[in-house]
Ligand binder design. Structure first.
Ligand SMILES: CC(C)(COP(=O)(O)OP(=O)(O)OC[C@H]1O[C@@H](n2cnc3c(N)ncnc32)[C@H](O)[C@@H]1OP(=O)(O)O)[C@@H](O)C(=O)NCCC(=O)NCCS
Length: 154
């Protein structure tokens, strides 16, 4: 993962977000750029981009912060760049940020049909909490997952 760099989304990186979002535009269960930007303005939230050595944007992650919890709204790695550890790197960054903020718990929802993402989340210690029927526009169910953050006492 050393050949990639993760950066918080800033105004000057919005063009990169627009470019990577073209890769998921046909999947209407994923986030539209306008909705990402609106949410960033209206809620405590943060977005991150991952760039490769050629400065191409290959990953995107979007999370909200609420009280002592954080929710993953979207994580995406560009096709052709998958399986290289970018998804895991983004989630590790989320977990580290949440621990810096001393949060208690992380949450996410994932399509019950998205075996790749489910495998990734479970390998990182997320546990299935419940099934949400007909969660997505196409009628797919979602699984809600959570992870309690543990802190060592000094
Ligand atoms: C889910 C997603 C972000 C994973 O990103 P990635 O960079 O390919 O993931 P990583 O390379 O870090 O792989 C991490 C783990 O995911 C799982 N995984 C990755 N590719 C997989 C595949 N093709 N089949 C099954 N599991 C897979 C494995 O557990 C892997 O760990 P391992 O390499 O130790 O076996 C990516 O597949 C993606 O963008 N999918 C489309 C968007 C999406 O579905 N987002 C999640 C819902 S919002």
């Amino acid at each position: 993962m050393n050949d990639f760099s993760l950066m918080p989304l800033r105004d000057d990186l919005i063009p990169s977000l627009k470019i990577i979002s073209k890769s998921w535009v046909d999947d209407n269960s994923f986030w539209a750029v306008e909705d990402i930007l609106k949410t960033l303005k209206s809620q405590a939230s943060e977005a991150y981009l991952v760039f490769n050595v050629y400065s191409h944007c290959v990953g995107f992650m979007f999370v909200t912060w609420t009280g002592f919890e954080s929710e993953l709204l979207f994580v995406y790695c560009k096709e052709g760049q998958r399986g290289l550890g970018i998804g895991r790197h983004m989630l590790n960054h989320w977990i580290c940020e949440a621990m810096k903020r001393k949060l208690n718990e992380l949450f996410l929802e994932v399509s019950a049909n998205n075996q790749t993402a489910i495998k990734l989340y479970e390998s990182m210690g997320f546990r299935k909490l419940r099934t949400i029927s007909n969660y997505y526009k196409n009628g797919d169910d979602a699984f809600a997952y959570g992870k309690r953050l543990e802190y060592k006492l000094d």
